[in-house]
Structure formats: structure tokens, C-alpha cells
Design a protein around this ligand. Structure first.
Ligand code: NPQ
Ligand code: MG
Length: 370
């Protein structure tokens, strides 16, 4: 298989409900899609970077630039292209995991479609459906939060995750725990605290949380280990885990008891699987995180979340959670679970008219100078 042509497409999708986190307020999802045309057919990749640095260093325009100028020429120079060879070629560029994951995802989709294998079978699926949780943004009031969460519980989600930040932490968690005494509940701070907040965060121990996700900055592995010793609530790392190597370091330090895996954050689905493998070998449960992906990204995430070590509900939601109209056929949830696609590749395609309607820019690249 050989690269022939690449289409980089920017789409702008309004969110059905604003998503507020400690990183800011998002009203829309601006997304970069990559369609790779190869000698064996096409494949889709979705970039999970946000328009601005914040969740991590990468941002959309930067990813598009790195993909065009550095990653595509490296991958286009590989003759017998496979997902592993694409990843190996891109390793010449340090960092930039979300940009790399976009290219790897498209190569993988094309390669799997050509040989008739599903993403799930490629990664090693053991499940045909995935348990879904919902990530709930910071609300304007406790009453509004309780109403919003009540609707999600009624819709069947199997776990509730509350976004927290200083000034919006103990009260919302207490309110939801009082209203739903047995619901699986966890909190995600997106690095909004420091170790000086340890005593305050220890007050979360009263609410029987499944985990507290990324309370401190991404680079503060030792501080997470210190905090973990001060809390009964298990610590989960998201932003801190950027590779299988960093996962091993975090586990050895005692910085986390749980790991959130997002393929974009770690450079692709192959590295995501390696993180799953090392965590499972250390008896660390993992779950699949999310970045408000379209049906394309969700399809790949569903395949990842069907590996054996993914024993906790995923941040994978039906299309209707975020979008009135998804770019693919809608992803639907039944009884709090979503089926893992089993057709070749991602098992889903964008609907051309819908995709066109969301598109703000298309760039076609057919020569890849090295
Ligand atoms: C997390 N995701 O686990 C994130 C990060 C995040 C589903 O909670 C716009 C689009 C804003 C995606 C803010 C979830 C976002 C975003 C935060 C993702 O940390
Ligand atoms: Mg998170």
C-alpha cells in the first residue's frame, strides 16, 4: 500500500449543549479530518486537538501544519505501508502525538478496509459492546447540574463524570451523591489543582468516587504520587500519560491506580494498545477517554474500548449527546451500551452531504516532498 493523495478537511460542528471545563467554555467543535487515498483505497483519520493549547500543547492549526510539512512526507516515502510502518516513520518527529494519531488512524482505516478486517479485530477486541459513561461540564448552578445529570441517568449512562475546578468541586459532587446514592460517580479536574489543595481534595473521600481524574498538572507525577497517599479516592491519570513508557513510570511511582487512555493523546491506537497491555500486566484498570469526537473517532474508540483491560465505562457517548447531526450515521446507545462496529476498517463513513455542510476548508495534497 502506498499513499497517493490526502485531503485535509476542517469542519465546524455546533455543540448541542455548551461544554464547560476548567479549560474554558466550548460552544462548537472545530475538527480536522484527514482522508487518505492510497493505492488500495481510502481511509479516515480524525484529529482530536482543540483550536487552542490548554488540554495539552497541541492545537488544530499546529497539527495541520505538522501533518502537512513533516508527517505526510515521512509516511508517503514508505512503500509497503502498514499502520506500524507509518508509526515507525513518524517516530522521526518527536512529540506531536495528536497529529501523528490522525495520520495513523487514516492509514489503519485504509489498510483494514483493503484487507476486510474491522478496527476491533485489528486491535484485539473481546467485546461487541462497550459500557458508556457521560462527562458532565461545569454548570451554572447546582439545580441545573442535578437536572442535567438526572436526564443522563434516565438515558441509561452507566457512570457519571463531573468536571470540577476550584470553587466547583465538593458542592456539586455532594449534590449528585445525595440525589443518586448508588450511581457510579467520578470527577475530572483537568489539572486545575496543586498539591497545596490536598486537604481540600481529601474531602472528596466522603462521596465514594470511583476515581479522581488528573487533579494536578500533567508533569507533576511525583505530586500525584504524594496526593495518592493522602486520599482514599483512587487517582486516575489522563493528561500525564503520553506513552506506554510514561504509564510504566506513573505506575512505578504510585501516581495512579487507574489510567484513562485516549489514542490521540498518546500518538495513536497502536501506542494506546501498548498502554492497555502494560496497565493490564500491572493490574491497573483502564478506560477509554473521549474528546467529543465525530462518529469516525467514536468508532475507533469503540474498537479500543473493546480490549480486555478496559473494565470501566468509557467517555464514549451516542452522537446525540453532543451533535444534532453527526457526520456519520448516528452512534446510538441502548441500555447504556454502544455496539462496537464490525465492518471493515472503522465500519462507518461520513455522509457526503452532511460533511460538506459542516466543512469550512479543504486542502488537497498530492505531492509529498522529502
Ligand atoms: C477529558 N474530555 O477527559 C476531556 C477533555 C476535554 C469528554 O471530558 C471541547 C472538546 C472541550 C473536547 C474540554 C471529556 C474539551 C474537550 C476538555 C475535551 O479530560
Ligand atoms: Mg480527563
Amino acid at each position: 500500500m502506498k499513499f497517493e493523495r490526502v485531503e485535509l478537511r476542517r469542519i465546524d460542528m455546533p455543540l448541542r449543549t455548551p461544554f464547560r471545563t476548567s479549560l474554558g467554555l466550548e460552544l462548537r467543535r472545530d475538527i480536522l479530518l484527514l482522508r487518505a487515498e492510497t493505492s488500495e483505497g481510502h481511509g479516515w483519520g480524525e484529529c482530536v486537538a482543540l483550536p487552542e493549547p490548554g488540554y495539552c500543547e497541541e492545537y488544530l492549526d499546529g497539527c495541520a501544519d505538522v501533518i502537512k510539512r513533516f508527517l505526510l512526507p515521512l509516511v508517503a516515502a514508505v512503500d509497503d505501508l502498514t499502520p506500524a510502518k507509518a508509526a515507525a516513520a513518524m517516530a522521526a518527529v518527536p512529540g506531536n502525538p495528536m497529529a501523528k494519531a490522525t495520520v495513523e488512524m487514516a492509514v489503519t482505516d485504509a489498510w483494514l478496509r483493503a484487507n476486510g478486517t474491522s478496527y476491533a479485530d485489528h486491535l484485539g477486541a473481546v467485546r461487541d459492546a462497550v459500557d458508556c459513561g457521560v462527562s458532565v461540564g461545569i454548570a451554572d448552578s447546582l439545580d441545573e447540574l442535578v437536572d442535567e445529570v438526572s436526564a443522563y441517568v434516565d438515558e441509561g449512562y452507566r457512570r457519571i463524570k463531573l468536571k470540577i475546578e476550584p470553587g466547583w468541586d465538593l458542592a456539586p459532587v455532594r449534590a449528585i451523591r445525595e440525589r443518586f446514592p448508588t450511581v457510579a460517580l467520578q470527577a475530572d479536574a483537568n489539572a486545575a489543582y496543586t498539591l497545596a489543595d490536598a486537604r481540600h481534595l481529601a474531602a472528596l473521600d466522603a462521596f465514594d468516587l470511583v476515581m479522581l481524574e488528573q487533579p494536578l498538572s500533567a508533569a507533576d507525577l511525583r505530586d500525584h504520587a504524594t496526593l495518592a497517599r493522602m486520599l482514599r479516592t483512587p487517582i486516575c491519570l489522563d493528561e500525564s500519560i503520553t506513552s506506554a513508557r510514561s504509564a510504566v513510570d506513573a505506575i512505578a511511582l504510585g501516581a495512579c491506580a487507574v489510567v484513562n487512555i485516549k489514542a490521540g493523546r498518546v500518538g495513536g491506537y497502536l501506542e494506546a494498545r501498548r498502554i492497555h497491555d502494560v496497565c493490564t500486566a500491572h493490574s491497573i484498570p483502564v478506560w477509554c477517554g473521549g474528546m467529543l469526537e465525530t462518529g469516525l473517532g467514536q468508532a475507533a474508540n469503540l474498537a479500543l474500548a473493546s480490549l480486555p483491560g478496559f473494565t470501566l465505562p468509557a467517555d464514549i457517548a451516542p452522537s446525540e449527546r453532543y451533535f444534532t447531526t453527526d457526520v456519520t450515521q448516528p452512534i446510538t446507545m441502548h441500555d447504556g451500551r454502544i455496539a462496537v462496529p464490525d465492518a471493515p476498517g472503522l465500519g462507518l463513513e461520513p455522509i457526503p452531504d452532511v460533511l460538506e455542510g459542516y466543512t469550512t476548508n479543504v486542502e488537497v495534497l498530492s505531492r509529498f516532498p522529502t
